[in-house]
Write a protein that binds this ligand. Structure first.
Ligand SMILES: N[C@@H](CCC(=O)N[C@@H](CS)C(=O)NCC(=O)O)C(=O)O
Length: 202
């Protein structure tokens, strides 16, 4: 399997942690792929992912899977024991909902990055950036009240990726001061090998 990746991407990190936790990482070859708005990689778009986003996973028979959620669900099915996503019941819906919220926080943080780093200064929209920050902070508060039951579920993995990306791109944002339960949860999750090996903060 070939995983189209870039080290700073929190969505790629989610897949890498999932593969490490499931013991499947040795079967994956990392392909460095650069996708940034404004720097169109037409070949990648035409041959791999029409949305030109990473991650995308190419299987040995040529099938391409995307996006990060689908890839994680696929890896979970290969491992065969529902370690990432519970098979049924409340546990399943809780993990999937937590994943959606953490993923949305990651999307907001990546959009802020594009808006502040890539978009020409005269075209930036500060009100829109503020709205993304509100989503991130409301999400942090939501998780501070409702910590994931498992660090290594898809919810726990995605939340750790969202928090790690905030530290990586916005080290000046002191989320730990406002969300102390979440900070303790993140300290504990970060001890896991799969999380520390992929930490963008080194
Ligand atoms: N829904 C996608 C989001 C992936 C995503 O936004 N990746 C970013 C890199 S962190 C990307 O490829 N950006 C390029 C673009 O938006 O054109 C997933 O879960 O895989």
């Amino acid at each position: 399997m070939r995983l189209h990746s870039a080290a700073p991407s929190p969505f790629v990190r989610k897949v890498r942690i999932a593969a490490l936790e499931l013991g499947l990482f040795d079967q994956i070859k990392i392909i460095e792929t650069h996708v940034a708005p404004g720097k169109t990689d037409t070949q990648y778009g035409e041959t791999v992912n029409p949305l030109r986003k990473i991650p995308a996973l190419e299987l040995d028979d040529g099938t391409v899977l995307m996006d990060s959620y689908v890839i994680c669900e696929y890896l979970d099915s290969l491992a065969g024991n529902h370690a990432l996503i519970p098979a049924a019941g409340d546990a399943r819906w809780n993990v999937l909902t937590g994943h959606s919220v953490a993923n949305g926080m990651m999307e907001a943080a990546v959009l802020i990055r594009y808006e502040t780093f890539l978009r020409p200064e005269e075209h930036r929209w500060s009100g829109w950036i503020d709205e993304q920050w509100v989503k991130i902070h409301t999400g942090l508060g939501w998780f501070n009240q409702r910590l994931p039951e498992s660090e290594s579920s898809l919810e726990g993995i995605t939340l750790a990726c969202a928090l790690g990306y905030l530290d990586f791109r916005n080290p000046d944002v002191d989320w730990r001061g406002d969300y102390s339960r979440l900070a303790m949860w993140h300290d504990s999750a970060s001890q896991r090998d799969a999380f520390s090996l992929t930490d963008p903060n080194g």
